[in-house]
Design a protein around this ligand. Structure first.
Ligand code: HEM
Length: 457
């Protein structure tokens, strides 16, 4: 085939395609552009450019780790000041990535999960108690799921409670992290010369970063001072664990970066997965009824908490969560680039410093994989027999290969438990007038989505 340059809309002078990114509905805009350009187009963002990809054939090629690798640019680069060489923002060649990956991997395995299960259940019960008291009121779903996921990651990560269920206002510290993420989103959409003219914002960012580092240094120091070994959290694993390869340990600074990374990666994504799932369930009564029948059966077997065996019998809930992640992947994209200049199968030239932005809302609607009605919410798409015959590259909500999500199993277990308890204890009603709007920073969520619950028991 003939070698071609990657196509794209004509850029505006100086600002390139920034108006697309800043439009009121950038997601819909991107999906339209992908359709127009056949699933691949270049966007110019000031001096940089990214290639947005949604076509599943091209994505399949980009997932080849021999030729392409994760890129830490754009928004990922802008959170490096707080997340440093922690797992998410580490560059591939940084030694600490592989070391931390080896030290932490067992912390996400089956054995470790058995320590987190009771914590997840106890925390979910706090959410149930809260909602029982608020019966009949419109609940701010995003904020309440933030309470849940922050508590779970705080307790499982470093045995720390932010007291999210004891206070109406979320911990100041969570607001600090939120404002760092929003500022990172804003600043990376503005031209560098404008950013330099925002001393107030830059100063606030620096102070917030310092405050965050201080809190985590304190958490680490306090644990060290206690000298306790009997915790089964990520912090214990990092303080006491040794790299199986060379016996080395993680530095204090790196441990701080990891804790912040887990908090960032681990709470918003799962929170929004639960919000989107309630949104879909509030619109799909038959799916909800089927899920509830199963949940009622499992709970009916005795007054006890759910076990891992119960969860595997509730695999339909996983299907619902997977389908929700298909339509609205809460980590909306991941980025890769070629290790060397290369030509894609369809003849497009990929230059060495090109960044490919694998845009999941588009990939997950590719009719080649998902058929002619990809917008339809249908958890049966994730029935085992359907998954078996579908190419795996059409569904990538957790990224790819060695840099894929280490917390995938953790997140899905947490979300499945929350969903099971909510369905068991409550009838849910969404606002019938609600129209889905996507709110985005590092992750996406359904904007201003409220629900009402009624106790079933
Ligand atoms: C990486 C999605 C929950 C920790 C990733 C990546 C994606 C992702 C797409 C790849 C990023 C990239 O290629 O740049 C999600 C989604 C979640 C979720 C959709 C929930 C539904 C979690 C949780 C944790 C976590 C609960 C921690 C407890 C991480 C870490 C990485 C990562 C540490 C970096 C892995 C590495 O490069 O070594 N996640 N995530 N995630 N995630 Fe998650």
């Amino acid at each position: 085939t003939e070698v071609k340059d990657i196509p794209g809309p004509r850029p505006f002078p100086l600002i390139g395609h920034i108006p697309y990114v800043l439009s009121s509905n950038p997601f819909e805009r991107m999906i339209q552009l992908c359709r127009r350009y056949g699933g691949l187009f270049r966007l110019q963002l000031y001096e940089d450019s990214v290639v947005v990809v949604t076509d599943s054939d091209i994505v399949e090629e980009l997932l080849d780790e021999n030729r392409f690798e994760k890129r830490v640019v754009g928004i990922l680069d802008s959170i490096r000041p707080i997340a440093g060489d922690g797992l998410i923002t580490a560059r591939n060649d940084e030694e600490n990535w592989a070391r931390a990956h080896r030290v932490l991997k067992p912390g996400f395995g089956r054995r470790a999960m058995s320590h987190y299960l009771p914590v997840m259940i106890q925390t979910t019960r706090k959410l149930v108690d809260r909602w029982a008291k608020l019966e009949g009121e419109w609940l701010d779903v995003n904020t309440d799921f933030t309470r849940l996921t922050i508590e779970i990651i705080g307790l499982c990560g470093f045995n720390y409670s932010f007291n999210c269920f004891e206070k109406e206002r979320l911990d100041e510290f969570i607001e600090t992290i939120d404002s760092i993420l929003s500022e990172a989103t804003i600043s990376h959409q503005l031209p560098p010369f404008i950013n330099r003219l925002r001393p107030g914002a830059n100063k606030r960012m620096r102070l917030n970063q310092e405050a965050t580092a201080k809190i985590f240094d304190r958490i680490v120091k306090e644990r060290q001072a206690k000298g306790e070994w009997n915790h089964h959290d990520f912090l214990a694993m990092m303080l006491h664990g040794r790299d199986p390869k060379d016996g080395s340990q993680l530095s204090e600074e790196n441990i701080r970066y990891q804790l912040i990374s887990f908090l960032i990666a681990g709470h918003e994504t799962t929170r929004s997965l639960l919000s989107f799932t309630l949104f879909f369930l509030s619109k799909h009564q038959t799916v909800l009824d089927r899920a509830r029948t199963l949940v009622d059966q499992v709970f009916a077997e005795g007054d006890r908490d759910l076990s891992f065996q119960d969860l595997s019998r509730l695999s339909y809930l996983q299907q619902i969560l997977n389908e929700s992640l298909r339509l609205w992947s809460t980590a909306p994209a991941f980025m890769v680039g070629p290790k060397e200049e290369t030509i894609l199968r369809n003849g497009y030239r990929a230059r060495k410093n090109d960044t490919f932005f694998i845009f999941l809302a588009g990939l997950h609607r590719d009719p080649k994989i998902w058929g002619q009605n990809p917008e339809r919410f249908d958890p049966d798409r994730f029935a085992p027999e359907a998954v078996r015959v579908r190419p795996a590259h059409g569904y990538r909500p957790f990224g790819n290969g060695k840099r894929s999500c280490i917390g995938q199993h953790f997140a899905m277990t947490e979300a499945q438990i929350a969903l099971a308890y909510i369905l068991y204890f409550f009838d849910i009603e969404g606002d019938p007038c609600y129209e889905l709007k996507i709110d985005h920073s590092l992750t996406i969520k359904p904007k201003n989505f409220y629900c009402r619950v009624r106790k079933r028991r």
